[in-house]
Design a binder for this molecule. Structure first.
Ligand SMILES: Nc1nc2c(c(=O)[nH]1)N=C([C@H](O)[C@H](O)COP(=O)(O)OP(=O)(O)OP(=O)(O)O)CN2
Length: 138
Protein backbone atom coordinates (compact mmCIF):
# COMPACT_ATOMS: atom_id res chain seq x y z
CA UNK A 1 0.00 0.00 0.00
CA UNK A 2 1.16 3.56 -0.70
CA UNK A 3 0.37 6.98 0.68
CA UNK A 4 1.55 10.29 -0.75
CA UNK A 5 1.70 13.94 0.21
CA UNK A 6 2.68 17.05 -1.75
CA UNK A 7 4.94 19.87 -0.57
CA UNK A 8 5.96 23.19 -2.15
CA UNK A 9 8.86 25.58 -1.75
CA UNK A 10 10.45 28.52 -3.55
CA UNK A 11 14.15 28.21 -4.33
CA UNK A 12 16.82 29.82 -6.47
CA UNK A 13 19.47 27.94 -8.42
CA UNK A 14 21.52 27.91 -11.57
CA UNK A 15 23.22 25.24 -13.66
CA UNK A 16 26.63 26.83 -14.33
CA UNK A 17 27.55 24.37 -17.11
CA UNK A 18 24.18 24.46 -18.89
CA UNK A 19 24.23 25.51 -22.56
CA UNK A 20 20.94 27.41 -22.28
CA UNK A 21 19.00 29.75 -20.03
CA UNK A 22 19.45 27.55 -16.96
CA UNK A 23 23.00 28.81 -16.46
CA UNK A 24 21.44 32.11 -15.32
CA UNK A 25 20.48 32.77 -11.71
CA UNK A 26 16.76 32.03 -11.51
CA UNK A 27 14.22 30.32 -9.30
CA UNK A 28 11.34 27.89 -9.33
CA UNK A 29 8.23 27.16 -7.31
CA UNK A 30 9.22 23.57 -6.63
CA UNK A 31 6.71 20.88 -5.82
CA UNK A 32 7.57 17.49 -4.37
CA UNK A 33 5.30 14.49 -4.08
CA UNK A 34 6.66 12.03 -1.54
CA UNK A 35 5.30 8.48 -1.49
CA UNK A 36 5.76 5.95 1.29
CA UNK A 37 5.15 2.28 0.51
CA UNK A 38 4.74 -0.38 3.18
CA UNK A 39 2.47 -2.58 5.24
CA UNK A 40 -0.34 -1.10 7.32
CA UNK A 41 0.62 -0.40 10.94
CA UNK A 42 -1.51 -0.99 14.06
CA UNK A 43 -3.45 2.22 13.24
CA UNK A 44 -4.27 0.83 9.76
CA UNK A 45 -2.00 3.42 8.13
CA UNK A 46 1.19 3.15 6.08
CA UNK A 47 2.36 6.27 7.93
CA UNK A 48 0.27 9.06 9.43
CA UNK A 49 0.19 12.21 7.24
CA UNK A 50 1.05 14.12 10.44
CA UNK A 51 4.24 12.08 10.75
CA UNK A 52 5.02 12.68 7.08
CA UNK A 53 4.92 16.42 7.82
CA UNK A 54 7.19 15.95 10.84
CA UNK A 55 9.76 14.27 8.59
CA UNK A 56 9.44 16.51 5.53
CA UNK A 57 8.73 20.01 6.87
CA UNK A 58 12.20 20.54 8.41
CA UNK A 59 13.78 19.54 5.08
CA UNK A 60 11.54 21.91 3.12
CA UNK A 61 12.19 24.72 5.63
CA UNK A 62 15.92 24.44 4.85
CA UNK A 63 15.19 24.93 1.15
CA UNK A 64 12.38 27.47 1.16
CA UNK A 65 13.48 30.92 -0.09
CA UNK A 66 17.08 29.70 -0.19
CA UNK A 67 19.52 29.49 -3.08
CA UNK A 68 20.88 26.00 -3.75
CA UNK A 69 24.51 26.48 -4.76
CA UNK A 70 27.21 24.05 -5.80
CA UNK A 71 30.25 24.48 -3.56
CA UNK A 72 32.32 24.74 -6.78
CA UNK A 73 30.31 27.76 -7.95
CA UNK A 74 32.65 30.19 -6.17
CA UNK A 75 31.27 33.41 -7.71
CA UNK A 76 27.69 32.76 -6.61
CA UNK A 77 28.76 31.31 -3.26
CA UNK A 78 30.85 34.42 -2.56
CA UNK A 79 27.94 36.67 -3.57
CA UNK A 80 25.49 34.82 -1.29
CA UNK A 81 27.93 35.01 1.61
CA UNK A 82 28.45 38.77 1.12
CA UNK A 83 24.67 39.26 0.97
CA UNK A 84 24.19 37.08 4.08
CA UNK A 85 21.53 35.36 1.99
CA UNK A 86 19.88 32.03 2.80
CA UNK A 87 21.67 29.23 0.96
CA UNK A 88 21.96 25.47 0.77
CA UNK A 89 25.52 24.55 -0.18
CA UNK A 90 25.72 21.19 -1.94
CA UNK A 91 28.36 19.20 -3.81
CA UNK A 92 26.26 18.86 -6.98
CA UNK A 93 24.54 21.01 -9.59
CA UNK A 94 20.92 21.65 -8.61
CA UNK A 95 19.20 19.65 -11.34
CA UNK A 96 15.79 18.19 -10.55
CA UNK A 97 17.45 14.75 -10.58
CA UNK A 98 20.05 15.73 -7.98
CA UNK A 99 17.44 17.47 -5.84
CA UNK A 100 15.53 14.14 -5.74
CA UNK A 101 18.66 12.36 -4.54
CA UNK A 102 19.29 15.10 -1.97
CA UNK A 103 15.72 14.86 -0.63
CA UNK A 104 15.90 11.06 -0.37
CA UNK A 105 19.22 11.30 1.42
CA UNK A 106 17.74 13.80 3.91
CA UNK A 107 14.62 11.64 4.40
CA UNK A 108 16.77 8.57 5.02
CA UNK A 109 18.38 10.36 8.01
CA UNK A 110 15.05 10.36 9.86
CA UNK A 111 13.89 7.46 11.94
CA UNK A 112 11.49 5.86 9.45
CA UNK A 113 8.97 3.36 10.84
CA UNK A 114 9.82 -0.34 10.44
CA UNK A 115 6.82 -1.02 8.17
CA UNK A 116 8.07 1.30 5.39
CA UNK A 117 9.61 -0.60 2.45
CA UNK A 118 10.41 2.29 0.10
CA UNK A 119 10.19 6.05 -0.31
CA UNK A 120 9.74 7.75 -3.66
CA UNK A 121 10.09 11.46 -4.39
CA UNK A 122 8.93 13.24 -7.50
CA UNK A 123 10.24 16.80 -7.87
CA UNK A 124 8.53 19.24 -10.23
CA UNK A 125 10.78 22.10 -11.28
CA UNK A 126 8.07 23.56 -13.47
CA UNK A 127 4.45 22.61 -14.02
CA UNK A 128 5.49 20.46 -16.97
CA UNK A 129 8.64 18.59 -15.93
CA UNK A 130 9.69 16.37 -13.08
CA UNK A 131 12.36 13.95 -11.91
CA UNK A 132 11.66 10.95 -9.73
CA UNK A 133 13.78 8.57 -7.66
CA UNK A 134 13.14 5.80 -5.14
CA UNK A 135 14.92 4.76 -1.99
CA UNK A 136 14.48 1.03 -1.45
CA UNK A 137 14.72 0.25 2.25
CA UNK A 138 14.03 -3.51 2.07
N1 LIG B 1 16.81 16.65 -17.07
C1 LIG B 1 16.84 17.97 -16.71
N2 LIG B 1 16.81 18.92 -17.66
C2 LIG B 1 16.83 20.22 -17.29
C3 LIG B 1 16.87 20.59 -15.94
C4 LIG B 1 16.91 19.55 -14.97
O1 LIG B 1 16.96 19.80 -13.75
N3 LIG B 1 16.90 18.27 -15.39
N4 LIG B 1 16.82 21.90 -15.60
C5 LIG B 1 16.73 22.86 -16.47
C6 LIG B 1 16.61 24.29 -16.01
O2 LIG B 1 16.82 24.40 -14.62
C7 LIG B 1 15.31 25.04 -16.37
O3 LIG B 1 15.03 26.09 -15.44
C8 LIG B 1 14.07 24.25 -16.44
O4 LIG B 1 13.94 23.95 -17.79
P1 LIG B 1 12.61 24.11 -18.64
O5 LIG B 1 11.71 22.97 -18.39
O6 LIG B 1 13.05 24.32 -20.03
O7 LIG B 1 11.92 25.36 -17.99
P2 LIG B 1 11.26 26.59 -18.70
O8 LIG B 1 10.40 27.26 -17.70
O9 LIG B 1 12.31 27.40 -19.34
O10 LIG B 1 10.34 25.87 -19.78
P3 LIG B 1 9.66 26.46 -21.06
O11 LIG B 1 9.23 25.23 -21.79
O12 LIG B 1 10.71 27.24 -21.79
O13 LIG B 1 8.55 27.32 -20.57
C9 LIG B 1 16.76 22.57 -17.92
N5 LIG B 1 16.81 21.18 -18.23
Amino acid sequence: MKIAKAFRWEMGHRLPEHFGLCKNIHGHSYKMIVEFEGELNKDQMVIDYYDVEKIINPIINQLDHAFMVNTNDKIVLDFLEKMNSKKVVVDFDATAENICKFLLSEISKSNLPENINSVKVRVYETQFDYAEDTLQLK
